[in-house]
Design a protein around this ligand. Structure first.
Ligand code: NAD
Ligand code: MG
Length: 381
């Protein structure tokens, strides 16, 4: 029986992770959230973690009083979250925090020598070699939770050392605006962007799916996780979200992973790896699917994929820069302050002024974060 920690436990991936943990009978040692104190309280009462943390210090204080009848210690702030991340009892910690806010916790998990089940792709994209080096140095594994990367990871199981991997083929649902042309997207609303055809997810990643910046982040994530060149990663639009990704070997043989679009499959695999156990998710019925379709991405209408490909090729701080610029532009769009097409425009303009370094520190990433967010806000003035 495993002991697991969940960072970002009140979100979409966090709550599904708790569902998997409960069905597997796992012990939950730590839980953390941003500001949702009422759901965190419910989770504390149900899962009895040793420690819990809220980013919001005021709410953490109030929660501490409310759960004084339990054995859970409530911590506050980013420091409290990182203390939970480094929990010594956990065998594996899931990082399901959204955005760059997940970077310090990702490093805290790895530096404690714990295996990291990674949903928070932004920390790997922005942190780059800092994250990879922390994992190597402390002999900690990074197990992908993102469905595409879990699929690739599964397709690579049993790969002999001398079998050359030729390509990774990432599938993309295409989001709610697939098939539309640029001009049709000028006036789309936040509500329309938040209607994903196949997946129910947090607001930030749902908008990233609509702009396809999410697929750009996943391209960078694949380059980092599987140590391939950006040119080895292809993207194909697959509307049904049944084939979660594929790999091609040197002999042009292609291996795919398929399943119903339900994140509890990749979450569970990251937690039980290398074992497999019965899942709460239903069986895939291929005959009921009838047909599976594939098409090339329209990178003119969705320029975010190209922005990310350029960033990973440029290397250094570029991936961190486009990630931060996107976080700000995505937020401004959700707040109704900018239009949908302004998202890639503002990211491109902000990142154009980056002073890049090949080797960088954590402080450099936060300095770039501040600079990019300001540049994105100022771009409209
Ligand atoms: P979400 O918004 O539903 O949940 C985010 C969680 O992080 C919440 O618990 C929230 O309280 C916490 N949080 C928010 N801001 C924080 C901060 N500044 N510091 C600490 N905690 C904070 O998001 P989600 O959809 O669950 O996505 C989480 C991560 O998983 C993202 O990186 C996303 O890209 C990735 N991911 C999500 C899905 C999905 O199906 N939802 C699929 C693949 C990958
Ligand atoms: Mg994904």
């Amino acid at each position: 029986m495993k002991t697991i920690g969940i960072l970002g436990s009140t979100g979409s991936i966090g709550t599904q992770s708790l569902d998997v943990a409960q069905k597997q009978g796992y012990t939950v040692s730590v839980l953390t959230a941003g500001s949702n104190d009422s759901l965190l309280e419910e989770q504390i009462r149900r899962f009895h973690p040793k420690k819990a943390a809220l980013l919001d210090e005021e709410k953490a204080k109030e929660l501490r009083v409310r759960v004084a009848d339990t054995n859970t210690v409530v911590l506050g702030g980013e420091e409290g979250i990182c203390e939970c991340a480094a929990d010594r009892d956990a065998d594996v910690v899931i990082n399901a925090i959204v955005g760059l806010a997940g970077l310090r916790p990702t490093l805290a998990v790895l530096q404690a020598g714990k295996d990291l089940a990674l949903a928070n792709k932004e920390s790997l994209v922005a942190g780059g070699y800092l994250v990879k080096e922390a994992a190597a140095q402390h002999h900690a594994a990074i197990l992908p939770v993102d469905s595409e990367h879990s699929a690739i990871f599964q397709c690579l199981q049993g790969k002999p050392a001398n079998a050359a991997l030729k390509k990774i083929i990432l599938t993309a649902s295409g989001g709610p605006f697939f098939g539309k042309k640029k001009e049709e997207l000028r006036h789309v609303t936040v509500q329309q962007a938040l209607k994903h055809p196949n997946w129910s997810m947090g607001a930030k990643i749902t908008v990233d799916s609509a702009t396809m910046f999410n697929k750009g982040l996943e391209l960078i994530e694949a380059v980092r996780l599987f140590e391939v060149a950006p040119e080895q990663v292809d993207i194909v639009v697959h509307r049904e979200s049944i084939v979660h990704s594929l790999v091609m070997y040197d002999d042009n043989s292609v291996i795919a992973q398929l399943g119903l679009p339900d994140m509890r499959i990749p979450i569970q695999y990251a937690l039980t790896y290398p074992a497999r156990y019965p899942s709460p998710v239903g069986e895939l019925d291929l005959a009921a699917c009838a047909s599976l379709s594939f098409a090339g991405p329209d990178e003119e209408t969705f320029p975010c994929i190209g922005l990310c490909r350029h960033a990973v090729k440029a290397g250094g701080l570029y991936p961190a820069a486009v990630n931060s610029a996107n976080e700000e532009a995505n937020l401004l769009f959700r707040q109704g302050k900018i239009g949908f097409l302004e998202i890639p425009e503002r990211i491109q303009r902000a990142a154009a002024n980056l002073r890049n370094y090949e080797r960088f520190s954590l402080d450099d990433i936060y300095a770039v974060d501040e600079q990019m967010r300001q540049a994105v806000r100022a771009a409209g003035q």
